[in-house]
Design a protein around this ligand. Structure first.
Ligand code: SAH
Ligand code: SF4
Length: 384
């Protein structure tokens, strides 16, 4: 028996081509796409405006399937976290953050991460593999329709949409899994799928410079850059990728991106680490670093995890740091920590069902993957 084609893997053009192979006209692909992505239907039998013959053909050779849910937790503040099985002992996390006027979904793009930032627990678990398109867009598909089901909303009209914003800020470095990430982004924006505006979809990167340029050409969504340091020596020690793409290159890439971006600023994320990157001097150095890049700052209080050896800056320090930036005219927000009672806060996404005995293998994959991108930028840490 041949494997079923998972229709969640196909972008709009590929779905048209697929329907063409079945002898169907392009508008059938649009109908099919709406059933899947706008109504959350996975059973072909329920796609009532498709001809019975097409439904039968699809039933024998295709499926609509997102990764299986391993666990589903809701935090006291309403944040909801799903742990998803992506096979071979790997799990990734998807987090929904409800707010008054919007619902944001934070999605993962890789199982583990090769970049291995010092303050990030995802990096500490090594790198397993890239997620496929169906595993990336499947997070949005699963979450949107799970949320509707939970609320008792069964039909799928636009006004009932639960997820209004998507951030690629979960596990993994999206720009090191470029093609599947871009295909998933295109589906998020497509009017026959989720129809999100480019301003409401944000990709966060640790700074893969050539891919920032590629993204500007292929699918320029809002861009967040994980800066975390005001000079190269410090950033080399926190975000090892900096050794390959240092700050001057990164700032130049940010400026180029703005010509194509849906917003007229870049968001710089800055994780506040006690005694490491949080002094007034660091803030002043930052101001001159970004002086030619229209930007906003988002300060993230560090979420500690046992093996990091790092501490969160105190609230007064974070506020003082923000004040220095604001006094220089930089819009600065301090990220509220959400969902930390269910380990859903930034950098706590560790896919905890992973089999610890595979650590060695994931660490060597991390090293291999780094080599593939032309640099040995990561420290390979031992996990006890
Ligand atoms: N790989 C991408 C996207 C995922 S990480 C990137 O690095 O941008 C999403 C954000 O969470 C990044 O800004 C990252 O630096 C931050 N982060 C990682 N670990 C963290 C931690 N322990 N506490 C607070 N923020 C963290
Ligand atoms: Fe990877 Fe981002 Fe974590 Fe760095 S912060 S290790 S790039 S997921």
């Amino acid at each position: 028996m041949t494997a079923l084609t998972n229709l969640l893997d196909l972008d709009p053009a590929q779905l048209i081509a697929y329907c063409g192979e079945l002898g169907e006209k392009p508008f059938r692909a649009k109908q099919l796409q709406r059933w899947i992505h706008q109504f959350g239907v996975s059973e072909f039998d329920q796609m009532t405006d498709l001809a019975k013959s097409l439904r039968d053909k699809l039933a024998g050779r295709a499926c609509v399937r997102s990764p299986d849910i391993i666990s589903d937790h809701t935090s006291a503040d309403g944040t909801r976290k799903w742990l998803l099985d992506v096979g071979q002992g790997n799990a990734v996390e998807t987090v929904f953050i409800p707010e008054e006027n919007r619902g944001t979904l934070c999605i993962s793009t890789q199982a583990g991460c090769a970049v291995n930032c010092r303050f990030c627990s995802t990096g500490k678990q090594g790198f397993s593999r890239n997620l496929t398109v169906s595993e990336i867009i499947g997070q949005l598909w699963m979450a949107e329709f799970e949320l509707r089901r939970t609320k008792g909303i069964i039909s799928g009209h636009r006004g009932e949409r639960q997820i209004t914003n998507v951030v690629m800020m979960g596990m993994g470095e999206p720009l090191l899994n470029f093609e599947p990430t871009v295909t998933a982004l295109k589906l998020m924006l497509d009017d026959n799928a989720y129809g999100l505006s480019r301003r409401r979809v944000t990709l966060s990167t640790s700074g893969v410079v050539p891919k920032i340029d590629a993204l500007s050409q292929e699918c320029a969504v809002a861009l967040a850059v994980s800066l975390h340091a005001s000079n190269d020596a410090l950033r080399d020690s926190l975000v090892p990728l900096n050794k390959k793409y240092p700050l001057a290159m990164l700032m130049a890439a940010c400026k180029r991106y703005l010509d194509f971006a849906p917003r007229d600023f870049i968001t710089f994320e800055y994780c506040m680490l006690d005694g490491v990157n949080d002094s007034d001097q660091h803030a002043r150095e930052l101001i001159s670093l970004v002086s030619t890049v229209p930007c906003k700052f988002n300060l993230i209080p560090f979420n500690p995890f046992p093996e990091s050896g790092l501490k969160r800056s105190g609230n007064p320090r974070i506020k003082a740091f923000a004040q220095v930036l604001m006094d220089a005219g930089l819009v600065t927000t301090i990220r509220k920590t959400r969902g930390d009672d269910i380990d859903a806060a930034c950098g706590q996404l560790a896919g905890e069902v992973q089999d610890r005995t595979n650590v060695q293998e994931r660490m060597s994959k991390q090293a291999e993957y780094q080599k593939k991108f032309g640099a040995n930028f990561g420290r390979i840490v031992e996990i006890s």
